[in-house]
Design a protein around this ligand. Structure first.
Ligand code: SAM
Length: 208
């Protein structure tokens, strides 16, 4: 899987390659999907949600340029796989990941423990408001589609920090890279993507 992602240009750096080689994706997918764990495909997880396709995890990690020691917020824990890849990349830093479904958060925390990641904190809550208690963050990764860049996330991003966030409608979004530089916000469109919606106070107003 990793060799294929490298050949297709989703993995560009040796750091992301090493991280994705280390994380056992099969621990983060439901038992019945384990034979498909190393295919480049999103897979269903509990609560009607999905674990993102590996190429998307790789592209987001590359776009974030994660470094050892950084503090990262992920919105949308899902299976915990993306959090594990980021945990590999920040090493002695920390990943805080927030999920609105308590059952998913519980399963993800279990998988992260089983895989040996003790630098990840899983929180249950509305990630459209970020997670003030551990802010500010060097990096923010939003793995669900927002109607716009959520204001609280921008506020919780450090000066010099980077966020990746899919922004758009309920079905299609553009993956934006947002950087805070000298008090200004710079936004770059990295291309079209498909994510489940970010719900909550600063997300799409739709029950799911
Ligand atoms: N990062 C995940 C992984 O590695 O498996 C995939 C995330 S899945 C595509 C999107 C997740 O965002 C879902 O689990 C969904 O419940 C969650 N979500 C949606 N709105 C949320 C919100 N306001 N706060 C926290 N999580 C939210």
């Amino acid at each position: 899987m990793v060799a294929d992602l490298k050949a297709r240009g989703a993995i560009r750096s040796p750091q992301v390659e090493a991280a994705m080689l280390h994380v056992p994706r099969h621990l983060f997918v439901p038992e019945r999907c384990r034979p498909l764990a190393y295919r480049d495909s999103p897979l269903p997880i509990a609560a009607g949600q999905t674990i993102s396709a590996p190429h998307m995890v790789a592209m987001m990690a590359e776009a974030l340029d994660l470094r050892p020691g950084q503090r990262v917020l992920e919105v949308g824990t899902g299976s915990g796989y993306n959090a594990a890849v980021m945990a590999e990349l920040v090493g002695d830093g920390k990943v805080v990941t927030i999920e609105r479904h308590p059952s998913l958060a519980e399963e993800a925390a279990k998988a992260l423990r089983e895989a040996g990641y003790d630098n990840v904190r899983v929180v249950v809550g509305d990630g459209s408001l970020g997670f003030e208690e551990e802010a500010p963050y060097d990096r923010i990764s939003v793995t669900c589609g927002a109607p716009e860049v959520p204001g609280p996330l921008l506020e919780q991003l450090k000066e010099g920090g980077t966020m990746v966030v899919p922004v758009g409608g309920l079905t299609y979004q553009s993956l934006l890279r947002v950087r805070k530089r000298e008090g200004r916000v710079e936004t770059e469109d990295l291309g079209p993507v498909v994510f489940v919606p970010l719900l909550g106070e600063r997300g799409h107003r739709r029950s799911q």
